[in-house]
Design a protein around this ligand. Structure first.
Ligand code: HEC
Length: 131
């Protein structure tokens, strides 16, 4: 009895260890790693005020980021580009969509960094985490 319990515990630790390893692998980069520049975020503020503010407040984006937890940032960018602004989808320039994402991240407490956010360069590997 005592013996089989010890074995069970060892097994459980092994499984936990594997899961932790996988999680670290899947999330090697997140929106916490300075994935946009401060310049992009401030450019995004203008876009946001002109094209997004009328229908959503920042609280809405906070909830969106929570519900997109673990998803690639590129998917959010693609969704916004394909469906927003709801009254005229796809009407902004691609760079404006990128800037508005940078602004939303910045307003939700994620740090700016040295590299520009670029949908053609590695954005599928940046994962969203909860604000
Ligand atoms: C005319 C109103 C309107 C404007 C302007 C607008 N949206 Fe939306 N947006 C909506 C509606 C309606 C939905 C879907 C219903 C909901 O979730 O509230 C939505 C949903 C979203 C979602 C959630 C998508 C998802 O599937 O999780 C995001 C992100 C978003 N909008 C971002 C933006 C951004 C960024 C802008 C500015 C470029 C913008 N919206 C402008 C009305 C608008």
């Amino acid at each position: 009895m005592k013996n089989s319990m010890t074995k069970g515990l060892a097994g459980a630790f092994l499984v936990l260890g594997l899961m932790a390893g996988q999680a670290a692998f899947a999330q090697d980069k997140t929106i916490n790693d300075g994935v946009f520049t401060a310049m992009q975020a401030s450019a995004g503020e203008l876009v946001y005020n002109n094209s997004c503010k009328t229908c959503h407040d920042m609280r809405f984006y906070r909830d969106i980021l929570k519900s997109w937890n673990n998803q690639p940032l590129l998917w959010l960018w693609e969704t916004v580009m394909g469906t927003m602004p709801a009254d005229n989808p796809g009407s902004l320039m691609l760079s404006e969509y990128t800037e508005v994402i940078a602004y939303i991240l910045s307003e939700n407490g994620f740090p700016a960094g040295e590299t520009s956010l670029d949908p053609d360069d590695g954005m599928a590997d940046i994962h969203i985490v909860r604000p």
